[in-house]
Design a protein around this ligand. Structure first.
Ligand SMILES: Cc1cc2nc3c(=O)[nH]c(=O)nc-3n(C[C@H](O)[C@H](O)[C@H](O)COP(=O)(O)OP(=O)(O)OC[C@H]3O[C@@H](n4cnc5c(N)ncnc54)[C@H](O)[C@@H]3O)c2cc1C
Length: 570
């Protein structure tokens, strides 16, 4: 019998709330089930459930625990993650709590060798990074799930077995009242890095694990330093190794450092050893202040992914699908992109708007993304923790050069999680029309934001609805006959298409039209999208471009929508 702990976890900054186990009446009828069951109330399972609900799809989330995750895990959300959370309608508490940032500093043997400036332009609503502890990420998402009538979160319910047929899956669930079965048309395995479901299906991940152990320690301390990412190579107190320091809300500081090769995790976590090293870090940053330890662990880096995320009725996402090193804030941020890619596709299949083949593109697009991230994460990891004597020699040579020269400094750039570009996706179409643009947002890329007013951005407007977006540019005159036809016909698709009409004086001259109107008086959106009067973009529901024309026509737009939605034959 599963008996999860109802003792709140200890923390010096966070008050853990217990979500009690509740009897689910449907277990008595022997017919427990939902179209979609999500295993795991981690950040990715929760965000995916909210995303599915935007398309009217109900889900049950099962979690073996009664409280949010323990210790220091994801602490940085990228701009793309914030844009996704905004699209889900949940960004507000994250903005209120998190610490935004865009700079970093790297030091070698006590001297600053690199000032990292993360790309940011005036059209971005969010800075490149937002520091916030995973406990808050989960708490805010749980708050939204709990209020959502389409989401049923069940705590203290541990999935212990899973079987499937061609049409459905059955989960065996252990609870404080004993076991019961639940059926689902689709199961999303968001059960984390140690995924029981992955092991149960006997699936193997591809990739590699890296030598070297790192301590992660979170301390509460009043330190008057700005929110920046600080990296110290070869400090005097930890020769040959490196240290990362990150500020988080609530005066919490994440300190990561590599251990000497001959030291065991148990030795590193001995209170006296840990305390000595934390004091050495504080001395190194010239802030010898009192501190309290919140949590510490030892961590190793992996770049591993499943080669296939969809297995019949079971779909893997987040850490259950891939394990990424912490350098470059990739784990949680990659998972949010997985969930955002999966949710609309699964919703379209469940609602009968698309063929199940659409889900194969979730797998191909996100496996490709995971492989790219493993490659990039591997480079960062090899720089942080050189796997051979030769690699260490090269790394140290680069760092030494950086003391006096500018040219190698770019090698120190901390390549972070980035939005993925689905340029090879089978959902893209009309490649020649795409290639005819000189600029703008190409097929496969995520849309780019444009500032429209004091606290008003293009993506704020596009978040008004869930579905494809058809963006039509009308220039500064009347809507042409063909553009009018494109907009009218898009309203008759069997799935939701949000029609957006952009023009210099859209709010005045098209006031009687049914589309979402966006005025672009200075032509800033048109410039960023390389658009002229008659230009049309088709965006998938996850806001990636899948087709565009300098001058569109209704038949082509209809075809592109059908291809991207994997529509069943008429
Ligand atoms: C020490 C550490 C530091 C990290 N630092 C960073 C960082 O700086 N930046 C970053 O982006 N990422 C970081 N990560 C990674 C980040 O925490 C994960 O990528 C993120 O939590 C993935 O979310 P998830 O929802 O996929 O899985 P998880 O957060 O692991 O959630 C899985 C959920 O499934 C539940 N579950 C598991 N098995 C079962 C079962 N059989 N039945 C029912 N429920 C089950 C668990 O209780 C859990 O709630 C770090 C991870 C670790 C371990």
């Amino acid at each position: 019998m599963h008996s999860p702990s109802s003792e709140p976890r200890a923390s010096v900054f966070y008050t853990y709330k217990i979500h009690p186990y509740r009897h689910s009446p449907d277990r008595d009828s022997g017919r427990a089930g939902a179209p979609v069951v999500i295993v795991g109330a981690g950040p990715i399972g929760l965000a995916t459930a909210i995303d599915l609900s935007r398309f009217g799809v109900a889900s049950i989330i099962l979690d073996e625990d009664l409280q949010v995750s323990h210790g220091s895990r994801a602490i940085v959300l990228t701009r793309r993650s914030m844009e996704i959370l905004q699209q889900l309608g949940v960004a507000k508490p994250f903005r209120e709590k998190g610490l935004p940032w865009s700079f970093g500093r790297s030091f070698y043997r006590g001297k600053e060798v690199y000032r990292m400036v993360m790309p940011h332009d005036q059209d971005d609503r969010f800075l490149p990074g937002l520091n916030i502890q995973q406990q808050y990420i989960e708490e805010y998402l749980i708050d939204f799930c709990t209020k959502n009538p389409l989401i049923d979160v069940r705590w203290g319910q541990k999935v212990v077995a899973i079987t499937q047929t061609k049409d459905a899956a059955t989960l065996r669930i252990d609870t404080p009242e004993g076991e019961y079965d639940m059926s689902a048309d689709w199961v999303i395995a968001a059960d984390g890095g140690r995924s029981m479901i992955r092991k149960h299906l006997g699936l193997r991940m591809e990739g590699r694990s890296y030598p070297g152990n790192f301590v992660i320690a979170d301390i509460k301390a009043k330190i008057d330093l700005p929110t920046e990412r600080l990296c110290y190579f070869d400090p005097a107190w930890n020769p040959g190794n490196n240290v990362l320091v990150h500020r988080q809300p609530d005066d919490l500081w994440r300190i990561d450092f590599r251990l000497p090769d001959d030291e065991t995790p148990e030795q590193a976590l001995e209170p006296a050893t840990l305390s000595h090293r934390i004091n050495a870090v504080l001395e190194m940053i010239r802030r010898k202040v009192p501190w309290k330890l919140d949590w510490a662990t030892v961590y190793t880096a992996n770049t591993l992914t499943l080669p296939q995320f969809v297995h019949g009725r079971i779909i893997f996402t987040g850490d259950a699908a891939h394990l990424l090193p912490i350098f470059g804030v990739r784990g949680c941020n990659t998972g949010f992109q997985d969930g955002n890619n999966l949710a609309w596709k699964l919703a379209f299949v469940v609602r009968g708007w698309s063929r199940p083949a659409l889900l194969d593109t979730y797998s191909s697009e996100r496996v490709q993304a995971a492989r790219e991230i493993c490659e990039e994460g591997g480079k960062s990891t090899r720089f942080m923790t050189p796997p051979t004597a030769g690699a260490r020699l090269m790394r140290d040579a680069v760092l030494s050069f950086c003391l006096s020269e500018e040219f190698p400094k770019d090698l120190l750039h901390w390549r972070t999680s980035r939005p993925h570009d689905y340029r090879l996706s089978p959902l893209n179409s009309f490649a020649e029309a795409d290639a005819a643009f000189a600029g703008g947002i190409a097929n496969g890329q995520p849309v780019r934001n444009v500032k429209l007013g004091e606290d008003d951005y293009l993506l704020d407007r596009l978040d008004a609805g869930a579905g494809f977006h058809l963006i039509a540019f009308a220039g500064d005159g009347e809507v042409s006959g063909e553009l009018g036809r494109i907009l009218t016909e898009a309203a008759h698709q069997p799935f939701p298409v949000i029609r957006v009409l952009i023009g210099r004086r859209a709010d005045e001259i098209y006031a009687n039209r049914a589309e979402l109107l966006i005025a672009d008086p200075q032509g800033r959106i048109a410039t960023k999208y390389a658009a002229q009067a008659g230009t049309v973009y088709v965006l998938r529901p996850d806001l990636h471009v899948c087709a565009r024309w300098r001058e569109g026509n209704a038949a082509d737009v209809h075809r592109a929508l059908g291809i991207a939605a994997c529509s069943p034959p008429a």
